[in-house]
Ligand binder design. Sequence first.
Ligand code: ADP
Ligand code: MG
Length: 315
Amino acid sequence: MLSFENVCFSYGEAKALDGVSLALKKGELLTLLGPSGCGKTTTLQIAGGFLFPDSGRVMLDGRDVSALPPEKRPTATVFQSHALFPHMSVEENVAYGLRVRGTPRAERLRRAAEMLERVGLDGYLKSRVQDLSGGQQQRVALARALILNPRVLLLDEPLSSLDARLRVRMRAEIRSLQKAFGITALYVTHDQEEALSISDRVALMQGGRLVQVGTPEEVYFSPHGDFAADFIGDAFPVTLEGRRQLLRPDQIVVAADGPLVGTLVSRAFLGASTDWVIDWQGQTLRASVPSAAEPAREIGGEVRFAILPSRDRNA
Ligand code: ADP
Ligand code: MG
């Protein structure tokens, strides 16, 4: 399908990608995940033909497309900003790519109507895009990309302009559309929860390199190294029985009959859960305590707890 073979790219002197190799399987949604500046957008732009590798290759369906411009590639991109045309109607926005390709008017309007129905926007053909909600605009952006029948759909932080609640709803919607269309997708986000929830596989990036590629469960439960453990699961290091381990806050279970005793250092109420910082024999632990079951504890007071074993599949 789509693959990167040892791709390197620099902006002038600044190296942005340092030997990226990655292969997407047909029909899968693979997410590039990593902190800001790690090279996600650069990778996506190289896939879409907006940038060209300094070295290495991009292959699509067995063909070297490294030097092809966007309009010559069977890819379509949904950008962070959606980049909809505010002066055009919804159907004109969706039909735009077909117009550029010279598709006759009657056919492109028919296909735009069909696509808008598939994304749940029938009835909005003549609406102006600025009159739509954020979620509806998101669906127009998807329809505009999908109408081109791309082999690979590229999405760069498509939900980042939406509020938190809508983001959660739209990620489920993007996922179900991607599956319904059976389309191969390369998705970019810096949000680990979004990546875990939407993906068949996650490719974790740091400093222009891939750190780990695997299913959401693999990268969560068997992180390759401290960066992966911390970025994906908020892990912290602890020495247990003389061995350094990484634990996650949900492995510290506060319970009246817990075998271990520590001191509550601080707590932060987050809504559904409350984060506790516990001092235990000079080590700092973090616990995620369900707020509904949170025991009343004074800062500086005694805390009893247990440590759940790691679910590391490789352990
Ligand atoms: P991400 O999408 O993961 O935030 P980018 O791919 O946008 O990361 O950027 C990777 C690196 O390249 C960063 O260090 C960034 O500052 C740099 N960079 C991105 N775009 C440009 C540009 N147009 N000119 C110079 N440096 C850039
Ligand atoms: Mg980016």
